[in-house]
Ligand binder design. Structure first.
Ligand code: NAP
Length: 248
C-alpha cells in the first residue's frame, strides 16, 4: 500500500513550480489531488493528465486564493467532487519586489492578499470538514525570507512571516481535534519565480548555500509527502527549512 493511499489533498497554485512538483509527488504516493491555478489553464490541464497516470483522481480548479468567497466555493466544489479533504497545502504565492522607497501600496497589498490572506481563506473554509472528520494536515509554504527578512522584499517577507504566526496559532487551536498545521520554509528553489533573477545574483546565492546548489520542487515535495502522511502524526506547529543549509 502506498504511503498516502486513500487521502485527498488540496494544493493551491499547482500549475507550475513548487506546487506542480508537490502535486506529482503526492500522486506518486497514492493521494487523490485537487489543485488550483489562476492564469495557466493549459498547464493545469496538462498536470491533470499527468497526475491521472498514477491511478489517482485528479482535478484542477481555476480559483483565486486571495478571494475569500471564491475559496469557500472552491472547498464546497472539492467536497462535492471528492467527498473529503484530508490534507491542504497552501502554496500559491507571488513576489512584487522593490526597495521600500519604491514599493507601491498596491504591490504591498497584492502580496499580502495573495500570500497571507489566501492561507486564512482556504484554512478557514476547510476547517469545518476537518473538524467533522477529526483529522487533517495543513501545510503552509512560507520561506526562509519570512524567518530572516530580505532587502527588497519587505512585502513578501512580511507575508511569509505572517504565515508562520498563523501556522503556530492554528496548531494550538486545532491540535485537540487531531488537526496538525506546519509550515515549510524553502530556501532558493529553482522555478519561474526565481528564474527572473539576475544570473550573477543566482550564482552568488548558489555559492553561499552549504550544499552548493539551488533546491528543486521535489526537494520541497518530499517534505510535504512526509507532513501529509501519518508518519508525521506527532509533529505540529513547526517551521521546517528546506534550504540546503542556507540559514545555518
Ligand atoms: P511560481 O513558479 O511563480 O508559481 C506560482 C504558482 O502560484 C502558480 O501555479 C500560479 O498559478 C499560482 N498562483 C499565483 N497567484 C495565485 C492566486 N491568487 N490564486 C491561485 N494560484 C495562484 O512560484 P514557486 O516558486 O513555485 O513558489 C510556490 C510557493 O513557494 C510560493 O508561495 C512561494 O512564495 C514559495 N517559495 C518559493 C521559493 C522559491 O525559491 N521558488 C522559495 C521560498 C518559498 P498560475 O500560473 O495559474 O497563475
Amino acid at each position: 500500500m502506498k504511503l498516502l493511499e486513500g487521502k485527498v489533498t488540496l494544493i493551491t497554485g499547482a500549475s507550475r513550480g513548487i506546487g506542480r512538483g508537490i502535486a506529482l509527488e503526492l500522486a506518486k504516493n497514492g493521494s487523490d489531488v485537487a489543485f488550483t491555478f489562476l492564469s495557466s489553464p493549459e498547464k493545469a490541464a496538462e498536470l491533470e493528465k499527468e497526475l491521472s497516470q498514477y491511478n489517482v483522481k485528479a482535478k484542477g480548479y481555476k480559483s483565486d486564493a486571495a478571494d475569500f468567497k471564491a475559496s469557500e466555493e472552491l472547498i464546497a466544489s472539492i467536497l462535492a467532487d471528492f467527498g473529503r479533504i484530508d490534507v491542504v497545502v497552501n502554496n500559491a504565492g507571488i513576489t512584487r519586489d522593490n526597495l521600500l522607497m519604491r514599493m507601491s501600496e498596491d504591490h504591498f497589498d497584492e502580496v499580502i492578499k495573495t500570500n497571507l490572506k489566501s492561507v486564512f481563506n482556504i484554512t478557514k473554509a476547510v476547517q469545518k470538514t476537518m473538524l467533522k472528520e477529526r483529522k487533517g494536515s495543513i501545510i503552509n509554504i512560507s520561506s526562509v525570507v519570512g524567518v530572516k527578512g530580505n532587502a527588497g522584499q519587505a512585502n513578501y517577507a512580511a507575508s511569509k512571516a505572517g504565515i508562520i504566526g498563523f501556522t503556530k496559532s492554528i496548531a494550538l487551536e486545532l491540535g485537540s481535534r487531531n488537526i496538525r498545521c506546519n509550515a515549510i520554509a524553502p530556501g532558493f528553489i529553482e522555478t519561474e519565480m526565481t528564474g527572473v533573477l539576475n544570473p550573477e545574483v543566482v550564482k552568488q546565492w548558489r555559492e553561499a548555500i552549504p550544499l552548493k546548489r539551488g533546491g528543486t520542487p521535489e526537494d520541497v515535495a518530499n517534505l510535504v509527502v512526509f507532513l501529509a502522511s501519518d508518519k508525521s502524526a506527532y509533529i505540529t506547529g513547526q517551521v521546517i527549512n528546506v534550504d540546503g543549509g542556507m540559514l545555518t
